[in-house]
Structure formats: structure tokens, C-alpha cells
Design a protein around this ligand. Structure first.
Ligand code: G3P
Length: 215
């Protein structure tokens, strides 16, 4: 399973990249807006840190404009993946761009039907937002399971990025389902390490080692 960080913060990305487990990065306009650096500079900087897919979102709404914007984003670096929301115009742009070899991450996916259309349009990645589905009383991970069934039935070569991850259990469920990727916020990645029994175990081992050292 691949783990991406869902962040545009260079310090967070550098730190997690240093753990040796990071396969890629996803950003979105909200995450970019939290940073002080301009979009192009920030995306270029992220590409120098992580050698893997880096998602940058197109904000145009008309297919023709999305295509122009996506080509510009893709020209920044070979690892850029363009995020496009799953709208009618977005799908039209995805079809054009995927034929040109631009990698598309179809975003704001909330249903298996949307995922099916994105696959048919040639999306390389499909991003269901599980946390936001849970927030409105739906089961986000059930939507992921249905999307994985569809991909498997027809051997679509798109990969599912489980997004809008809120806690480590989302990541574990994604892994158990065989989702290809989870994009995980920094705070959740840190929580994945933590277990009180690990902390207690280290404390006890260090205490006991003091006794050995005195002999
Ligand atoms: O990057 C897209 C997605 O992960 C956003 O998550 O927490 O804003 O629902 P969230």
C-alpha cells in the first residue's frame, strides 16, 4: 500500500519523507491557502523533496480552461498529477488530458457512480473523500469498497486514493480492503506511530537496563 501525505506544508513533507515511508503528496486549494508561498513555487519545492506523484489541483470550471491549466501544471515537473473535480466539464477535460498522457487524479468523489465515470474518462487516480462522507452520516469506507469492486470487475488500471482521512482506523481499513493508496494528514500520520503500550514498554526496558548496567 502506498502512503501519501495530504499537505502542502514543506516542513511536514520533509519530516515525513525522512521516515522513509512516503510515496507521494496530495495538495488542494485549501491546503495551499494555508501556506505563505505562491502556488507554483510551492509545488516546485515539493517536487524536489518527494520522488513520487504530487497532486496539484486545477481550479478552472470549463473543460477548455481546465485543459489549459492542467497542461501548465503538468509542465512543472514529470511527477505532477493534476487533480480535477468529478464534474461533467471535469470529465471532458480528463478524457482529453489522459489521451495526451497527463496523469489525472479525479477528486471530490463521493459515490461509486462518479468513480466509474472517472475511470472511463481515463483518470489515473480516484479520490473518494471518506471523512466528509462520514461527516454527513454515510459510510465513507463502504464507498471505497464499492469503488474497488468496480475497478476489479473491469480491470481499470486507476488507483484509489483514500482521501479526507481523519484517523488511523481509516488507513487500516483502507489497507485491509486493498485500497492502493491512502493520503494522510500529518497529524494522523503521527498518531499511526503511537501506542501507550509501546511507550510503557520502552520505559520499562530502559529502567531494567539500568539494573543490568550496575552489575
Ligand atoms: O485532499 C483532499 C482531502 O483529503 C481533504 O480532506 O479533511 O478537508 O475533508 P478534508
Amino acid at each position: 500500500m502506498k502512503i501519501f501525505i495530504d499537505s502542502a506544508n514543506v516542513q511536514q513533507i520533509e519530516e515525513v519523507n525522512g521516515w522513509g515511508i512516503l510515496d507521494g503528496v496530495t495538495t488542494n486549494p485549501t491546503l495551499i491557502a494555508k501556506e505563505q508561498t505562491d502556488f507554483g513555487t510551492l509545488v516546485r519545492q515539493i517536487c524536489t523533496i518527494v520522488n513520487g506523484p504530487i497532486s496539484a489541483e486545477a481550479i478552472s470550471m470549463k473543460a477548455g480552461d481546465i485543459v489549459v491549466e492542467a497542461r501548465e501544471l503538468a509542465s512543472i515537473h514529470k511527477n505532477i498529477v493534476v487533480k480535477i473535480p468529478v464534474t461533467e466539464e471535469g470529465l471532458r477535460a480528463t478524457k482529453t488530458l489522459s489521451k495526451e498522457g497527463v496523469s489525472i487524479n479525479t477528486t471530490l468523489v463521493f459515490s461509486p457512480a462518479q468513480a466509474l465515470l472517472a475511470c472511463k474518462a481515463g483518470a489515473r487516480y480516484i479520490s473518494p473523500f471518506v471523512g466528509r462522507l462520514d461527516d454527513v452520516g454515510s459510510d465513507g469506507m463502504d464507498v471505497v469498497a464499492q469503488i474497488l469492486d468496480i475497478l476489479d470487475n473491469y480491470q481499470f488500471d486507476a488507483e484509489v486514493i483514500v482521501a479526507s482521512v481523519r484517523h488511523p482506523i481509516h488507513v487500516v481499513e483502507a489497507a485491509r480492503m486493498g485500497a492502493h493508496i491512502a493520503t494522510v494528514p500529518y497529524e494522523v500520520l503521527k498518531k499511526m506511530f503511537k501506542h501507550p503500550l509501546t511507550d510503557l514498554g520502552i520505559e520499562k526496558f530502559l529502567q531494567d537496563w539500568q539494573k543490568v548496567a550496575r552489575h
